[in-house]
Design a protein around this ligand. Structure first.
Ligand SMILES: [Zn+2]
Length: 190
């Protein structure tokens, strides 16, 4: 059983099955709290007692976010490794480094790389596979039904339309393409 994942936005991924894994709301709240505490810090005079206290609060917030994110990633990777034989993802560089799809401020270390390594070892433990699809593979532009490729697709287009009649959530369409490309790579290696 194969599954493809498209990492669309911060903390959220979309699966080729059509499902989404939302980053839990109560985790997002911690990120809002961090933003608040950071604003407070910016108003404190550097070197003052208040500044030091506030700096500690910010650090604690950061740590909590790191832990919550790790927890989320552990649960998600465990459930994927339990349910599928092969998980197809885009190679790290595409979204991790290209910049264009950075996930909003404060979440640059969103841990996509960490997530992939967790997923990889959990799959390996079970004799399963993580298949990385080339980062230049145009997962969002290709129609996952007929294979036709669009020249233009703006980020604002949330629904993928194709002449063949395919009408699909753009992220799901991308996830299906990632899965299909993964299957192709797998077949080549087998
Ligand atoms: Zn089509």
């Amino acid at each position: 059983k194969f599954i493809g994942i498209d990492f669309a936005m911060q903390g959220m991924c979309v699966f080729s099955t059509g499902k989404r894994a939302e980053y839990p709301m109560f985790y997002q709240n911690t990120e809002k709290k961090l933003a608040r505490e950071q604003r407070k810090l910016s108003r404190c005079q550097k070197g003052s007692q208040n500044y030091k206290k506030q700096k500690k609060r910010v650090a604690l917030c950061h740590e909590k976010i790191r832990n919550q994110r790790k927890d989320f990633q552990h649960k998600l990777s465990a459930s994927l490794a339990g349910s599928f034989d092969a998980v197809c993802v885009e190679d790290l560089n595409l979204k991790g480094m290209a910049g264009g799809l950075h996930f909003g401020k404060g979440v640059h270390d969103n841990g996509y790389g960490l997530f992939l390594s967790m997923l990889e070892y959990k799959l390996e433990e079970r004799g399963k596979y993580l298949i990385k699809v080339d980062r230049y593979f145009a997962s969002s532009k290709i129609c996952s039904v007929c294979g036709k490729k669009k020249e233009e697709l703006s980020l604002a287009d949330r629904i993928y339309y194709c002449e063949c009649g395919n009408r699909m959530d753009r992220d799901v369409n991308a996830a299906v393409n990632i899965m299909n490309e993964g299957k192709r790579i797998f077949a080549e290696c087998a």
